[in-house]
Design a protein around this ligand. Structure first.
Ligand code: RFL
Ligand code: PHB
Length: 391
């Protein structure tokens, strides 16, 4: 089999790239390890920057999002018994959208199904060959049968644990990494959100986040030890702990109910550079991970795809190589700013087990500074709603 661009991974990065290229008349085949049910069951991101909303509109999958989304004009920080409302719209001129990644995944999969796109689910043992030559290929097995796909280019959209990044020789890649000494225990429940906006809480018992998927579905997170077993957290234990970490008037309003999902996610900052090796291009979580505190993971994946799709389209339509050559540099400029912001938000809102008393006092001073300074709130708002693209 042959295609122009072989894409590994049918998460948001892979499916959005396939849509953009197909719309420009460029052939793609997407190879995905999992089955469709698994992809639809993953609960992940919930907060979209305007650039992500615009991208979903550009590929024609935004209709349901516009009907069902919530628009947030502000966000709250809670600390030391105080609450700070940051007016995103007033300070940055922009708003954020609440719409779950599982819904985006469904909208993308439905659109590809309707278009009859080439997506191979349950593609096992995917391996990447010949990326430094001019005819790279993907090999895989499906239901025990071996297959080979010859391509012009390969897009590695296979997430943090995928094969693409591992195909690049170790002496070529530079890895920048920070692993945090805690994780997030998240639950989803069909209860009304406790607050109309997100609340990021810095509490002595650890960080907590109140977020949502809709007016009837809430998502809450608690900072926990990284090796915490979600099985040890009954719903009752979760709600009790959450109430202890929320400001008391918020805790009093909390509506609890049975959880419909419960899991622990580790927190990590990670960047692999460069994001191109020969004819292999990495995008999204395959190249970088941010701690979820800044809500940047999915948004960064979409911004990589914006650069990659434009570069591939310029190659095919205008025989231009410059955008492909600049791909890694263009993406990394934005990625590092989002990395910095996510790391900063994590440091601002979490309790670090080994923090020196000095560091805790500096954290309190930073929160007090943000509370008192329009300039500091503007910087937070500008990063939170999403920084502009290069072009
Ligand atoms: P994905 O979504 O991981 O998709 C990769 C796909 O590749 C497949 N795959 C393979 N296929 C073939 N062969 C192989 N060898 C393969 N190995 C893997 C996988 O099965 C999968 O289908 O990566 P992608 O597309 O780059 O998208 C990235 C986003 O999913 C991720 O950044 C976000 O979910 C991060 N994130 C958030 N991002 C935001 O922008 N806003 C948020 O509010 C937000 N909240 C979150 C988050 C992530 C979280 N967790 C669980 C990590 C909250 C949490 C708790
Ligand atoms: C979510 O809704 O799951 C969410 C929102 C904001 C974050 C992280 C997660 O910073």
């Amino acid at each position: 089999m042959r295609t122009q661009v072989g894409i590994v991974g049918a998460g948001p990065s892979g499916l959005i790239l396939a849509s953009l290229l197909n719309r420009a008349g460029i052939d793609t085949v997407v190879l995905e390890r999992r089955d469709p049910e698994y992809l639809l069951s993953r609960i992940r991101a919930g907060l979209l920057e305007q650039g992500t909303v615009d991208m979903l509109d550009e590929i024609g999958v935004g209709a349901r999002m516009h009907r069902e989304r919530l628009i947030h004009e502000g966000v709250e920080l809670a600390f030391d018994g105080r609450r700070l409302h940051v007016d995103l719209k007033k300070l940055s001129g922009k708003v954020v959208t609440i719409y779950g990644q599982s819904e985006i995944q469904k909208d993308l999969m439905d659109a590809h199904k309707a278009a009859g796109s080439a997506i191979v689910y349950e593609a096992e043992d995917v391996s990447i060959h010949g990326i430094t030559g001019d005819k790279p290929s993907l090999r895989y097995t499906r239901h025990g049968k071996p297959h080979e796909l010859t391509c012009d280019f390969i897009a590695g959209c296979d997430g943090f644990h995928g094969v693409s990044r591992q195909t690049i020789p170790q002496d070529v890649l530079r890895i920048y990494e920070r692993v945090y000494p805690f994780g997030w225990l998240g639950i989803l429940s069909d209860t009304p959100p406790v607050n109309p906006e997100l609340i990021y809480c810095n509490h002595e018992r650890g960080f907590a986040l109140c977020t949502m998927r809709s007016n009837t579905r809430s998502r809450y997170y608690l900072q926990v030890a990284v090796d915490e077993d979600p099985e040890d957290w009954s719903d009752e234990r979760f709600w009790t702990e959450l109430k202890r970490r929320l400001p008391s008037d918020v805790a009093d309003r909390l509506v609890t109910g049975p959880s419909i999902e419960k899991s622990v996610a580790p927190l990590r900052s990670f960047v692999a550079e460069p994001m191109r090796y020969g004819r292999l291009f990495l995008a999204g979580d395959a190249a970088h991970i941010v701690p979820p505190t800044g809500a940047k993971g999915l948004n960064l994946a979409v911004s990589d795809i914006r650069y990659l799709s434009r570069a591939l389209i310029a190659h095919y339509k205008e025989k231009r190589a410059d955008l492909l050559d600049r791909y890694s540099e263009d993406c990394l400029a934005r990625i590092w700013k989002a990395q910095r912001f996510s790391w900063w938000m994590t440091n601002l809102t979490h309790r670090f087990p080994e923090a020196l008393p000095f560091e805790r006092r500096a954290q309190q001073a930073e929160l007090a500074y943000i509370e008192s300074s329009v300039a500091a709130q503007t910087a937070l708002a500008e990063n939170y709603v999403g920084l502009p693209f290069k072009d």
